[in-house]
Write a protein that binds this ligand. Structure first.
Ligand SMILES: OC[C@H]1O[C@H](O[C@H]2O[C@H](CO)[C@@H](O)[C@H](O)[C@H]2O)[C@H](O)[C@@H](O)[C@@H]1O
Length: 604
């Protein structure tokens, strides 16, 4: 079965498909990211739905790439019969979601095999399939999917197979379109026109960003494209990843649904997109935020659905075995009901960055920020679940308190700097000082010269690596230097960083997990801000080597199995890559709320 890094993503800014290097679409939720999957082989096997298009002999492709700076994927096989290429993409959403696959003969004559196994509701529902004019129609309950292709198809054991030959110069299109079963048929797209439109869309999107250049240009650009692919265009929301339940340990139970908008993850994504020159996305996200959190600030959630939905009840899909038997498969996420104090800091930090980057402050946006700040003033000293969303006992997490400090800092500074923004700056500055002193008194272990995970604890936590970047302490402060040393000594494996030691920190969950990639990028930032440029570059380049062949990263890395783990592609990993890459390029650090004026790519 495919490894997580065997997958590439194509998407239409409302949902995304994962396609393996064997030519199988193994994951696709329609019509949006968090809809039930119609291809769920990723979390079970082919019987849970997939769409294979590959040479009849099967096997892993010989080459794979995205066409220039786009989300148009080319998968190529070379065998004794010749060379064949499958071009996969999802056109920017028109009337309905489509996934288009064009089989192109490159040389010789290659026998191809297609197998379309549609299963609605995450593999549970087998649709009725019949020919409807020039289309194949699959219907069950609310879902209808149509396939249009000139290739011959036939039914075989609840799948549709296509066996055909492509010769050099042939192009055989397949267009799969979803609609609600009770609605009129959507107008079919023309595959070749859709290819041109999709290519143009992504090239234009890249052209709108800052002109990146230099050594890390391609990596940063691919991560920005991936982050854009995780945005839900109709609302401006940003999902944390395209998948649910890819495990943090193969065979383990730490499997979560990431197809939602975390305030933390989306704010960090926003910082990366702003750094890449994408202010429109920042504006759309701010509007999403205003709608999502409208109402009593006490009701703020740490995450929402792509449209702002608040109830995201967690349940288990017991008919799916899980990725390589990693069960349970979960949909929904119980973390939605947790208290995570850091999200106030991240949100206010992101909004400060948007403002300082030229996104004019609106009255509504400022009123929201004041309301958030005033609520945080009443709860900052409570225990919480922290950014890692622990399901064990609540604690005074050091990172949460640092981020509460960030909230006060950004709000006080906004009032001092902008005469049109009103608020009790004196009071917020006083609270800022109080929290700063509180963190240093309780979150720092004097004897070991390191920040710790929570007040009074001995356990370490990589989240404190963000301390210099948010401006809580300078990067070369002896307390930060000590923390870097302690984390390198006690929380790293082969130089890559764990979030925390599962055995030392009660997160309420059984099993272990891999090395958390974003934390390793935060180590890059901390080293860089500490003046350890060579170490920072060395670690950054090691991390780049963990990307798959098309530049994608999931959440974690398994050093023993040398493979990616967790949901994919994950925004957390990709925004961290962008931030580190741009800082290394600039040759200096920049605060999380400071715009990078001239991003580009570092040269050594
Ligand atoms: O570690 C247990 C928790 O794991 C998930 O949270 C992680 O993913 C989030 C989305 O990227 C991220 O914001 C968070 O910092 C990560 O710890 C899961 O969502 C939680 O339900 C689970 O308790």
């Amino acid at each position: 079965m495919a490894r997580i890094e065997d997958y590439a993503i194509v998407g239409d800014l409302q949902t995304a498909a994962l396609i393996s290097n064997e030519g199988s679409v193994d994951w696709l939720c329609l019509p949006r990211f968090d809809s039930p999957a119609c291809f769920a082989a990723l979390l079970d096997g082919p019987e849970a739905g997939r769409w294979l298009l590959a040479p009849a002999g099967g096997g892993t492709c010989t080459r794979r790439r995205y066409v220039e700076d786009t989300l148009v994927l080319e998968t190529e096989w070379e065998n004794t019969q010749g060379t064949v290429r499958v071009i996969d993409f999802m056109p920017p959403r028109g009337q309905a979601p489509d996934i288009v696959r064009i089989v192109e003969g490159v040389s010789g004559s290659v026998q191809m095999h297609g197998e379309l196994t549609l299963r609605f509701d995450y593999g549970r529902v087998r649709p009725w399939v019949h020919q409807d004019g020039d289309q194949l129609l699959a219907v069950a309950g609310p879902d209808a999917v149509r396939l249009r292709t000139p290739a011959p198809t036939s039914g075989h054991e609840w799948s549709t197979v296509a066996d055909f030959t492509v010769s050099a110069g042939d192009r055989v299109p397949f267009v799969l379109t979803w609609s609600a079963s009770y609605e009129r048929h959507p107008r079919p797209v023309d595959a070749e026109q859709a290819l041109r439109d999709t290519f143009t869309y992504w090239k234009e999107w890249c052209g709108r960003g800052h002109d990146l250049s230099g050594r890390y240009r391609d990596a940063v650009r691919r991560s920005l494209l991936t982050l854009k692919a995780l945005t839900y265009q109709p609302t401006g929301g940003i999902v944390a990843a395209a998948t649910t339940s890819l495990p943090e340990q193969v065979g383990g139970p730490r499997n979560w649904d990431y197809r939602y908008c975390w305030l933390r993850d989306s704010t960090y994504t926003l910082q990366a997109l702003i750094a890449g020159g994408y202010l429109d996305e920042a504006k759309a996200w701010r509007e999403w935020l205003l709608r999502a959190v409208a109402g009593d600030p006490a009701d703020l959630q740490i995450m929402y659905g792509v449209d702002g939905t608040r109830r995201l009840p967690e349940s288990e899909l017991d008919w799916l075995r899980g990725y390589q038997n990693s069960s349970p498969v979960r949909v929904g996420n119980a973390a939605a009901d947790q208290l995570q104090l850091d999200v106030w800091g991240e949100t206010l930090d992101g909004l400060a960055l948007a403002r300082e980057s030229g996104l004019a402050a609106t009255e509504d946006a400022w009123d929201l920020q004041v309301a958030l700040m005033e609520h945080l003033e009443t709860i900052w000293d409570q225990t919480d679940n922290g950014l890692w969303e622990v399901r064990g006992p609540r604690r005074h997490f050091t990172h949460s308190k640092v981020m509460a400090w960030v909230a006060t800092d950004r709000m006080a500074k906004a009032v001092r700097r902008h005469p049109t923004l009103h608020g009790p700056a004196d009071r917020w500055e006083a609270l800022r000082d109080t929290i700063h002193a509180d963190v240093l008194a309780h979150g720092f272990d004097q004897d070991r010269n390191t920040f710790v995970q929570s007040y009074g604890a001995t356990a370490l936590d990589a989240s404190v690596l963000i301390i210099p970047r948010v401006g809580f302490l300078p990067g070369d402060d002896p307390r930060m230097l000590g923390t870097i040393d302690a984390i390198q000594r006690e929380l790293t494996q082969g130089g890559l960083v764990l979030r925390y030691q599962n055995a030392e920190s009660d997160d309420g969950l059984p099993g272990g997990e891999g090395l958390f990639l974003a934390c390793s990028f935060w180590m890059v930032d901390a080293l860089h801000l500490a003046g350890r440029q060579t170490d920072a570059i060395g670690l950054f380049e090691r991390l780049l080597d963990l990307r798959n062949d098309v530049g994608l990263l999931s959440e974690e890395w398994d050093p023993a199995g040398k493979r990616q783990l967790g949901n994919t592609p994950q925004a957390f990993s990709h925004f961290a890559l962008v931030t580190s890459g741009l800082q290394l390029h600039a040759g200096r650090g920049h605060g999380s709320h400071e715009p990078i004026r001239h991003p580009g790519v570092p040269t050594r």
